[in-house]
Design a protein around this ligand. Structure first.
Ligand SMILES: C[S@@+](CC[C@H](N)C(=O)[O-])C[C@H]1O[C@@H](n2cnc3c(N)ncnc32)[C@H](O)[C@@H]1O
Length: 251
């Protein structure tokens, strides 16, 4: 197993002084406006340009999600595309975009209530994020429409993972994107969905180098699965992507 040492806690909050004064429901729209202005000074190709105001995920991680989606298509790995932690739908739309010509279904899980309570594993730094990061299912529908993604392929499971996961069965998963920041939901995603990842399928972790609780959850998982190697795409320190591939022959 690759040992990766990263110093972390949780990311700094932008406009932290302003947050107590703003209704949480406005967050998705304010984030969208801020990112729309940032976009004016960036040169991005499609579909990255269209999804930019709808995601918090780094460019390198976006590229790797598309890369992995294309690999599972080329290698004919069976199964759905699943995202746990959707926010405004940016990375979900990227995954759906690469599956346009396939029969894959897209399952999206989020409570859209901001981040849940943190636990000890998330550290003091994690606490300030509780109740923050509020997304909008309306904006998810908006970005899917912008990218002409058929709503018939998209299954939205709204609610806390602990409530929705037991009621949803997905027999085979080709690619799972775990983007829920904290220890407890990351652990839950791995225990619920890893058994359903098809051999050769992938899981990308958005927060491995950002949130200490996510890193701990992934490291604990890797410790009980020594046959799996944590892989890195991109330059470390520049929004690199962390992911694993389920071995073709299960040990
Ligand atoms: C960082 S955001 C996801 C970012 C998104 N993938 C993007 O493209 O920007 C994290 C999301 O995880 C969701 N989340 C975290 N823990 C959860 C849980 N236990 N149940 C449901 N949703 C959860 C939050 O509601 C939030 O929308």
């Amino acid at each position: 197993m690759t040992k990766i040492s990263i110093e972390q806690g949780a990311p700094e909050q932008s406009y932290s002084w302003l947050r107590p004064f703003l209704p949480k429901k406005l967050q998705p729209y304010l984030r969208g406006i801020r990112k729309f202005w940032q976009l004016r000074s960036l040169k991005l190709d499609e579909p990255y340009k269209t999804i930019f105001p709808y995601t918090q995920v780094s460019q390198m991680r976006q590229q790797n999600l598309i890369r992995l989606s294309m690999i599972v298509n080329e290698n004919r790995i069976n199964g759905a595309l699943v995202e746990c932690g959707v926010l405004d739908g940016g990375t979900a739309a990227l995954m759906a975009y690469t599956a346009k010509e396939t029969s894959r279904s897209i399952h999206l899980f989020d409570a859209w209530e901001g981040l849940p309570e943190s636990t000890e594993e998330d550290g003091v730094a994690g606490k300030k994020w509780v109740g923050e990061v509020v997304g909008s299912p309306k904006r998810v529908a908006e970005i899917m429409t912008k990218l002409s993604i058929s709503s018939e392929k998209i299954f939205i499971h709204r609610g806390w993972f602990e409530d929705t996961f037991p009621n949803v069965s997905i027999s085979e998963i080709a690619l799972l994107h775990i983007d829920c920041d904290f220890y407890s939901p990351t652990t839950l995603c791995l225990s619920r969905w890893y058994p359903h990842i098809s051999p050769g399928g992938y899981i990308q972790f958005d927060d491995y180098s950002a949130f200490q609780g996510c890193k701990q959850a992934v490291d604990e998982f890797l410790n009980i699965h020594p046959e799996i190697e944590l892989q890195v795409f991109g330059t470390i320190g520049q929004g690199e992507a962390y992911f694993i591939q389920k071995p073709f022959i299960d040990n």
